[in-house]
Design a protein around this ligand. Structure first.
Ligand SMILES: [Ca+2]
Ligand SMILES: [Ca+2]
Length: 89
């Protein structure tokens, strides 16, 4: 199984098997359903995610690598906090 480097969230599973004297390859992609604001990818939005968001508060150093910026405005602020709280649990 591999993680897609394009987004870091899609997993690719592959397997080769023999059938009727020939080899076949099976490939399947899937993306786990993490809630928005689940910054530690444990499947729930909770205290650890809140601490990560608060620790990232302010302008993002790298707009393309700022996971706590939930609305994509290149800063971690009130709107991101409200989104996280709205998905709490
Ligand atoms: Ca979490
Ligand atoms: Ca933001």
């Amino acid at each position: 199984m591999n993680v897609d480097p394009a987004n870091g969230l899609t997993f690719w599973a592959h397997h080769e098997y023999s059938i009727n004297n020939s080899w076949r390859t099976w490939v399947q992609a899937f993306t786990p359903d993490f809630p928005v604001g689940d910054l530690d990818f444990d499947g729930q939005v909770g205290t650890t995610d809140l601490l990560v968001l608060l620790g990232s508060w302010g302008p993002c150093d790298d707009c393309n690598d700022c996971p706590a910026d939930l609305d994509g405005d290149c800063a971690v602020g009130v709107k991101d906090l409200l989104t996280l709280l709205g998905n709490w649990g």
